[in-house]
Design a protein around this ligand. Structure first.
Ligand SMILES: Nc1ncnc2c1ncn2[C@@H]1O[C@H](COP(=O)(O)OP(=O)(O)O)[C@@H](O)[C@H]1O
Ligand SMILES: [Mg+2]
Length: 511
């Protein structure tokens, strides 16, 4: 008897329907598998045999054929173990329950227990879209699936439990959806711990308020890493949709299959500078998301910025603009979202002390220039704000006085973001940094006074034409933080101050 059991495949973070068909043919005992299975799927043949027998069932001593439809899409991973097992049980009349309207996913261990799979959240969401009644998945995927409404989700520890439920012997209670809470942030990391550095802190507040990228530059030990780590604590709490999107990416990357739940805090990713271009933007034969996508809706921190390979940094440029990254393969292409803020941190030279107020730089002549030149002009332009982080003096460092808390800064950021949400209603843009040129033209109109001021400083500072739009966007954010409709000369002046390192460090000036 031919039996069909529903399951899902994953392409990027999107699930697609897979039907597992099983049938018994005349002939010598063997198992054939068709439907573009990759090697992990093929290994399923051996796993399911053990899992079945060890769960107290019979493996058919016949010619068993397993087909994964549709036949033109590659199937990968061990997710089909459970649907194959259910199919075999039905084909061999060891299970008579009706499985219409239900989907199954899970890897089987040899003893019949179920292991978590990647992409379960996307699959469960897609099952709702298809109008299915329920989905059976391994216990290890239960936490992430808690977010899904509109379908019964049955987490099971083993094949036995699934069968017992289907036969009505022992019912699994469906998962309850958990209330979503993204407001609570851990208090261990807080801006209050950072002494002084008011200029850099303000840069971070502006960056957070408008979703802008940021460069921190200064000698070692001045608190650059400390500052960067605190950025997520002042970003607005994640919305439910953002949390689901980010979790789907982490789920597809297999970072949740150990039992992780919905990610409700903005991610902070800080890949080491030896990361490969594929590690950063995603890749592999069955392309997995890279660091920029794992940082989706959060922060990508690139510490020791000039130490990253030039190719790795250059592959970042397009995704930074688009908010999605496309990975091309010979026969296919795949996209992952990657809307994130970049915080880059660097020393100004190999020894780190170029420009330090008291410590001399010990680099060879020309070394600082070469070091800074590792950052290409187009990349530098994309880092909207730059802040110099110089050592704080002893009195500031030793004072007992706490700085402003993350929670207080966050209130101002949230207020500025609310203005932006209102402004961009109905478009894909969520914050000022993402404005299209048309939106920039519409929302960043300058008074004649502000406009002539900008014209003056632009030439004087030798700013690149690419930075013009970005300067306007940052000015818009500064105006929003001050609840001002109009962008004034003061707002522009502050935005320009955060571009002044073009001249000091990167030699961008006339002559
Ligand atoms: N402004 C500051 N306030 C409080 N502690 C600081 C400050 N700057 C540096 N520190 C201390 O110095 C350590 C090193 O700072 P770090 O952020 O790693 O510097 P960088 O990344 O610039 O090399 C921090 O862990 C912290 O203990
Ligand atoms: Mg550091």
């Amino acid at each position: 008897m031919v039996c069909s059991v529903k399951s899902f495949g994953l392409w990027g973070i999107d699930a697609f329907e897979v039907t597992v068909e099983t049938d018994i043919l005349r002939g010598l005992p063997k198992v054939d598998m068709t439907g573009l299975p990759d090697s992990a799927v093929k290994e399923s043949r051996d796993r399911v045999q053990s899992a079945l027998v060890n769960s107290g069932f019979r493996f058919p001593e016949r010619h068993l054929i397993i087909n994964l439809a549709p036949g033109d899409r590659r199937k990968s991973g061990p997710v089909y173990d459970l649907p194959i097992l259910i199919g075999i049980l039905k084909t061999t009349s060891q299970l008579h329950a009706d499985t219409d309207g239900f989907a199954f996913l899970g890897e089987a261990a040899l003893d019949g227990s179920l292991r978590g799979v990647t992409g379960a959240l996307s699959m469960a969401l897609y099952a709702v879209q298809l109008g299915l009644k329920g989905i059976f998945l391994p216990l290890a995927n239960a936490q992430e699936a808690c977010a899904v409404k509109g379908i019964d989700i049955y987490p099971a520890a083993s094949l036995r439990e699934v069968v017992d439920h289907l036969e009505g012997k022992k019912l699994i209670s469906p998962l309850k959806t958990l209330p979503f809470d993204s407001e609570n942030i851990s208090s261990a990391i807080d801006f209050a711990n950072v002494k002084g550095q008011l200029f850099a802190k303000q840069a971070m507040e502006i960056a957070a308020a408008g979703g802008h990228n940021l460069l921190l530059i200064g000698p070692p030990g001045t608190g650059k890493s400390m500052l960067a780590k605190r950025l997520p604590t002042i970003l607005p709490p994640m919305t439910f949709d953002e949390a689901v999107e980010t979790t789907r990416i982490h789920s597809a990357a297999g970072l949740l299959s150990g039992g992780g739940s919905l990610i409700s805090q903005r991610p902070f990713r800080s890949p080491h500078h030896t990361v490969s271009p594929a590690g950063l933007t995603g890749g592999g034969s069955n392309p997995l998301p890279g660091e920029i996508s794992l940082a989706h809706n959060g922060v990508l921190f690139l510490d020791e910025f000039p130490e990253f390979s030039r190719t790795a940094l250059e592959t970042l440029r397009q995704p930074m603009e688009d908010g999605t990254v496309t990975i091309s393969r010979a026969k296919s292409r795949l996209s992952y979202p990657c809307r994130m803020m970049i915080v880059a941190a660097m020393n100004p030279c190999p020894c780190g002390f170029w420009g330090h107020p008291s410590q001399p730089c010990t680099c060879a002549a020309g070394a600082p220039r070469r070091y800074l030149n590792r950052i290409s002009g187009p990349m530098l332009d994309r880092l909207d704000l730059q802040a110099e982080v110089m050592p704080v003096d002893y009195n500031t460092l030793s004072s007992q006085q706490k700085g402003e808390s993350s929670a207080d800064i966050r209130k101002r950021v949230v207020a500025a973001r609310q203005i932006q949400t209102e402004r961009f209603k109905g478009s894909n843009t969520t914050c000022n940094a993402q404005m299209t040129s048309a939106q920039t033209a519409q929302y960043c109109k300058l008074s004649s006074d502000a406009s002539s001021f900008l014209a003056q400083v632009f030439d004087r500072l030798g700013l690149s034409p690419r930075t013009y739009d970005r300067l306007l966007k940052v000015s818009r954010t500064i105006a929003d933080l001050n609840s001002s409709d109009e962008i004034t000369r003061e707002h522009i002046s502050l935005a320009v101050q955060y571009r002044s390192l073009d001249r000091k460090y990167f030699g961008r000036q006339e002559g």
